[in-house]
Design a protein around this ligand. Structure first.
Ligand code: NAG
Length: 390
């Protein structure tokens, strides 16, 4: 029984977005852009030949523009602005939110798990949840930032392990993900997620005065946490950060993408790189965990949107150049066989940043460490590091 190769969104982005095939589709888009740019001039010329704008208007009215007076330009379907209105995006997000809420309220009644909506500075509603230890004294707070295309409830097991060790846990679905507002899998700016994280950490701190607060981030979530922690204000409030497979090193396979990505992502931010997500590299060696991940409707499995990919490139460039400014204590964990984010970049982070730091590299492990068969040992490492600091 062949299980279809499954992959994570980030790997699609990194491996697929930069492949030659994708470049070809990007060039196609650029071609179409040039066509569109030429069109108005041609149109205007014709109108002036007709000498009467009013007449053109009438022609269109009576003959539906079919008489040949109105030039018809055909553009590839892929670049036609999506018909989906803000309304249908909202509806889709509302359906996701219902699902996210159901996961929380239908959990084991012995668990204190709650959700709320958090309003971002931009006015988006973000889905937040918390897990509170039942019979343990709370020693610290852990804030979880999930990876690209997934959502906070995927960290349910991890959160419960943390609870059992005296940590209260908060998770946020970032914009375009899980139970939060926005087009599924679309991130217009990762700085939104950075800002939302900062804002929410403020609230967590005010609700848990005196407790040490830690941020955990996986993959792109790790990059978001890192960028936030580079802000001196955040660095002062946070007792430490934990990063699994952070998206610090992500090299485009073709340098021309670096030139094209900003242009295309600006013009057609939601343009999807077709065929992403099917043939990417697996992120775990546990086939069951992969099936669970990719059959979850709250996990985005559609093609990567150009803007989202460009944003990840942008944040990794930022981190590469700025990571030496990092001061907060950190624990970074990375699988040596990770093909989505580069373990060498974690090594570089370890070499260049902070003074209180720990790195754990795992021979043979892939990208999603917390769904690898060795997940219990990974969680043990994280909990041990945390316990040492409270
Ligand atoms: C590094 O950080 C500085 C200050 O925030 C910023 O201006 C600069 O653009 C960053 N470097 C990159 C490559 O983004």
């Amino acid at each position: 029984m062949g299980v279809e190769p499954l992959t994570s969104g980030v790997s699609d982005l990194i491996n697929e977005l930069f492949s030659l095939r994708s470049l070809r589709s990007l060039l196609l888009v650029l071609n179409a852009v040039i066509l569109l740019l030429l069109f108005p001039f041609r149109g205007r010329r014709r109108v002036s030949v007709k000498s009467s704008e009013e007449k053109v208007g009438k022609d269109e009215k009576h003959e539906g523009g079919r008489k040949g007076s109105a030039p018809v330009v055909r553009v590839p379907a892929a670049i036609v602005p999506q018909r989906s209105t803000a309304f249908s995006i909202d509806q889709e997000a509302a359906a996701r939110r219902m699902l996210a809420i159901r996961r929380v309220v239908q959990d084991d009644p012995d668990v204190i798990r709650e959700f709320s909506l958090f309003s971002s500075a931009r006015g988006d509603n973000l889905f937040i949840q918390s897990w509170t230890p039942v019979s343990f004294k709370i020693r610290g707070v852990v804030f979880i930032m999930h990876g690209l295309n997934e959502h906070s409830s995927r960290y349910n097991d991890f959160a419960k392990r943390l609870n059992a060790n005296g940590f209260k846990v908060y998770g946020m679905d970032w914009i375009g993900h899980g139970g939060s507002d926005g087009l599924h899998g679309y991130v217009h700016s990762l700085d939104y997620a950075v800002a939302d994280l900062k804002l929410f950490v403020q609230r967590v701190l005010s609700e848990n005065a005196g407790l040490p607060c830690f941020c955990f981030g996986h993959s792109t979530g790790g990059a978001i946490v890192l960028k936030a922690a580079l802000d001196p204000e955040v660095a002062e409030q946070v007792a430490g950060i934990i990063l699994t497979s952070p998206a610090v090193g992500v090299q485009p396979s073709h340098p021309i993408f670096v030139v094209l990505a900003p242009v295309v992502s600006f013009l057609f931010p939601r343009f999807q790189v077709s065929m992403a997500n099917k043939k990417g590299k697996p992120v775990s060696r546990d086939p069951k965990a992969l099936v669970a991940k990719y059959s979850d409707p709250l996990v985005y499995t559609g093609p990567l949107r150009v803007r989202t990919g460009y944003e990840i490139l942008r944040i990794t460039t930022y981190l590469q150049e700025n990571m030496s400014r990092l001061k907060v204590p950190f624990l970074v964990l990375h699988g040596m066989e990770d093909t989505v984010t580069d373990p060498k970049a974690s090594k570089k982070l370890y070499d260049e940043a902070s003074t209180d730091k720990t790195i754990k590299l795992f021979e043979g492990l892939l990208h999603d460490l917390l769904i690898e068969p060795e997940r219990e040992a990974i969680m043990d490492d994280i909990i041990q590091w945390l316990k040492f600091r409270v």
